[in-house]
Design a protein around this ligand. Structure first.
Ligand SMILES: Nc1ncnc2c1ncn2[C@@H]1O[C@H](COP(=O)(O)OP(=O)(O)OP(=O)(O)O)[C@@H](O)[C@H]1O
Length: 357
């Protein structure tokens, strides 16, 4: 669906994107993950044809974004980090305007607008001025705009930045539902978001691709050896002796347990074998009951830090920063502001929207 080949972007001497190569397959949700300044927005801006690359090429369904921009861009719906909204328009006016800009035939505009408003749940605010909407609703308007014209690929740059937790969940659910009909690429520095929403993760650091895999595979592969965390009741020497009899155990690392009369171990296993049954029987024979046994994979956070050195740390801390706003309060405030505005300026676009719908 999207082929990125040897992509380079230089700003003066600064290499913002450094020979990137990847392929985006149809019908999946891709997460583009990286610390601030990694080159995510620059790459997305090149994929959408918003800026030109210094070297390399991007093919959208076989069409080069720079050589055949019209046909390639028609296949893409883009929500930039800061959505280009005209805040003095109502939601409906803005979507009509965006539909016209996208060249959607007049006869199909009303139906398409209705569909995207229903997908993004904007019907209840369609006659509100965008400037009076909360951030969550504004983001939905941006998303609705991206969906106009039935693009096959939806590109979302940091779609949940600045939203409160409730709005984040709503937008994530919306993105997941888009995955049924579209190929979605989203950039984020929020790891939990990427593992919750995406089928595939591309990790970028200092303009280079440092990993490309499913969230599960990334954490499995990065953890290296096949390992288990176990908590076993009994004395350390007895447990060690019992586990020494089990084949394929490469290493046994003891940790003090918080459970009384028990020991914690990390059991590193050679190869891909599943040794859980053998461990169970060996410890049962030694009369050391297993209280807990789980596979020990790295979290995506650990993978990210390992791959992106210390640059990732500051990024992780930012995850907790969000701007809280209460949707209901905002809607009430909007209604108040709108009625005041209507009194001041009779020309405010509040009426006459319905007939075309
Ligand atoms: N127009 C520009 N001129 C010069 N340098 C730029 C320009 N745009 C981006 N850069 C630089 O290129 C690098 C990549 O920036 P980019 O915005 O793509 O990163 P990002 O991963 O999207 O970061 P963030 O998460 O902060 O948005 C950064 O070092 C940035 O300072």
């Amino acid at each position: 669906m999207v082929e990125v080949r040897n992509l380079v972007k230089k700003y003066g001497n600064h290499m913002a994107v450094n020979h990137l190569n990847f392929t985006i397959e149809k019908g999946k949700i891709y997460g583009f993950l990286g610390p601030n300044g990694a080159g995510k927005s620059t790459t997305m801006n090149m994929i959408t044809g918003y800026i030109a690359s210094t070297e390399g090429e991007i093919l959208i369904d076989g069409h080069n974004i720079l050589e055949e921009p019209e046909v390639a861009k028609k296949k893409i719906g883009y929500l930039p980090e800061i959505p280009p909204l005209y805040v003095d328009m109502t939601v409906l006016e803005y979507l009509r305007f965006a539909a016209e800009l996208k060249g959607i035939p007049k006869s199909k505009r009303a139906e398409n607008i209705k569909e995207v408003m229903s997908t993004t749940k904007l019907d209840s605010v369609k006659n509100r001025l965008i400037k009076n909407l909360s951030k969550g609703y504004r983001q939905r308007v941006g998303l609705a705009q991206a969906l106009l014209g039935y693009p096959e690929i939806i590109i979302l740059d940091e779609p949940t930045v600045g939203l409160d937790p409730k709005q984040i969940i709503e937008i994530r659910d919306l993105i997941k539902s888009l995955g049924n009909r579209h190929t979605v690429i989203l950039s984020s520095h929020i790891l939990s978001e990427v593992s919750a929403v995406c089928d595939h993760v591309l990790i970028i650091d200092k303009g280079r691709l440092v990993a490309s895999d499913s969230p599960e595979n990334l954490s499995r592969v990065m953890s290296g050896a096949n390992a288990l965390e176990i908590t076993v009741k009994g004395k350390e020497e007895v447990i060690r002796k019992a586990l020494d009899m089990v084949e394929n155990i490469e290493e046994l690392v003891y940790h003090q347990s918080i459970v009384k009369d028990a020991c914690d171990f990390t059991v590193k296993i050679t190869g891909e074998q599943d040794m859980r049954e053998n461990i169970f029987f060996a410890l049962a024979e030694a009369k050391c009951p297993i209280l807990k046994m789980q596979s020990s994979n790295m979290s995506l956070e650990e993978v990210f830090l390992k791959l992106t050195d210390n640059a990732g740390r500051s990024v992780l801390e930012e995850d907790s920063v969000f701007e809280a706003d209460n949707e209901e309060e905002l809607l009430q405030q909007e209604a108040k502001e709108e009625s005041e505005e209507a009194l001041i300026n009779e020309n405010t676009a509040e009426s006459g929207e319905e007939e075309e719908e």
